[in-house]
Design a protein around this ligand. Sequence first.
Ligand code: ADP
Ligand code: MG
Length: 243
Amino acid sequence: MEWFLRRADKISAIAEMAAGIAHEIRNPLAAIRWSLEAMALRFPEAKKELCAMTDELARVDSIVGELLVLAKPADVQFEAVRVVDVLEVVCLLLQSQARKQKVKIQVVIQDHDLTVLGQPSHLKQLFLNLMKNALEAMRTGGELEIDIRNSNDDYVIVSMVDDGPGIPPEVLPRLGEPFFTTKPNGTGLGLMTCHKIVRDHGGSLHIANRKPHGTHVEVRLPILKDGMLKRSGKCASGNEVSI
Ligand code: ADP
Ligand code: MG
């Protein structure tokens, strides 16, 4: 018993340290990015190499970002967050990537006021990761439909349906496994982070294939109403997975 306690203490100390280190790494990364951007202006002949360095830096930054969420203790400050506000910011962030890839993002909002008790930056990361996956699956364009609604059983449902190839059956059970990726430049940390975020928020994440093709991702988060939360669980089977 004591051994387990000591071990748990050690793990949480390591997690706290990892979060601290990840946070510290972000500042020098930002400084390097600014310098690279300044160099690209001063040395146009080296633009290609500098762009490649900026891309790699963005990758390091995204790994550090995931680590920050994964290592952070679950008892971070939660506040009332309107789901529509978070999605609006994420849509803005991904607007140019979507335009470049000829993906049309369609958002249907059934209730603008749906609010959850959450950590705004983590919720942003959750939807950013899911929407990025959808965009990355639609290399040749398509439509990403996002629907925000009330489940009528005290949950906000954010459902995302993409037009991509869907997820092969052998890949489905591996989703959320650390470092599991099918992309040449993937980190395999995105869904694992999403899973931690929904779990910390008392919600669930459900991923299924959609016929004839495409992926359907559903996030359920407990609604905050008059300062009160109600919670329950949900499972899945067959050609789908809850991670
Ligand atoms: P990464 O995006 O770095 O690969 P993730 O954890 O975000 O890591 O995703 C893991 C894997 O899940 C992806 O490599 C991909 O194979 C699969 N995946 C996730 N979302 C989708 C989607 N919308 N369509 C198709 N495949 C997906
Ligand atoms: Mg991803």
